[in-house]
Design a protein. Sequence first.
Length: 254
Amino acid sequence: MADLNPAEFKLFTYPHRHIAKRVFKIREITSTNDILLTDPKKMFRSGDVLWSLKQSKGRGRYNRIWNSPEGGLYFSILFEDIPRLSAFYPFVLLCALAIRNVLADRTHEAFFTIKWPNDIYADHHKIAGILIQSQSTSQDSRAVIGMGINLNNPMQHIPNLRTPAISLHELTGHTSAPESFLEDILDLVDTYYRDFIHQRFSCYLPELNRVIYSKDKPLILTEGKRQRIVIPRKFTKDGYLTCEENGEMVVLMV
C-alpha cells in the first residue's frame, strides 16, 4: 500500500477515551489489520482505530477470506510496545463481549454468544468475528485487534460459507447506522480496557461464562484441517477455554 493517501481518511476524535481517541475512516482499503500493522505512511499511534466501509482483502484465522462487502462494519485497534501477545487474550475476549453486549442491547435479545476463540453468534449463525495479529521489528512491536460485524450487508444468500452467517439487518429487518454502532462498541471496549489494564478481567468471568456458545454441549471445533469434539465449560483467568474432551478436562489456548 505504498500509494496509501492520507487525504482519503476522515478523522474523528474522542478525547474522553483512554483508547480509541482517534478513529480514522476510509471508504475502502485492503485490510484494516494489515494497514495498522505495517503503517506505511507512519500515520497511526497506539490506541488508534482504523475503520473501513469495505475491505478488498479481509481475512480471518488461518488466513481464511473474510467476506467484507459494503454494509458491514470493519475496524481494527492498534497497540504498540506489546511484550507478550498471549497477555492480550483476555482483552480480546472483552472485545467480543463488547460486541455481544451492544448487539444484545440493540435488539433486546439474549441469544448472542461468544464462540471460541473469536466469533460472536446469533443463535447458530455467525454475526461477527475478531482477529488479533502482531508484528515485531528491531524498533518496535505492534498488535492489532480487528473486528468485523455483519451489520447491514446481506449474508444468508451467500453460497458455500464455511459456517452459516447472518447480519443484524437480516435479524431485525432494520438498517443500523454504522457510526453510532461503532461508537457504542468503542465506548464499551474503552471501559473494558481500563478494567483490563487494572487487572480486573476476572470480574467479567461470570458474565463471559454465561454467554459461551454451546456451553455444556458438544461442539465441533475446526483447527486448520483438524476437527475435535469438545464440551465448553468455562473461561480461565488467562482468557483460555476449559473444555471436556474424551472424558478429560483440557484447556484450549488460542
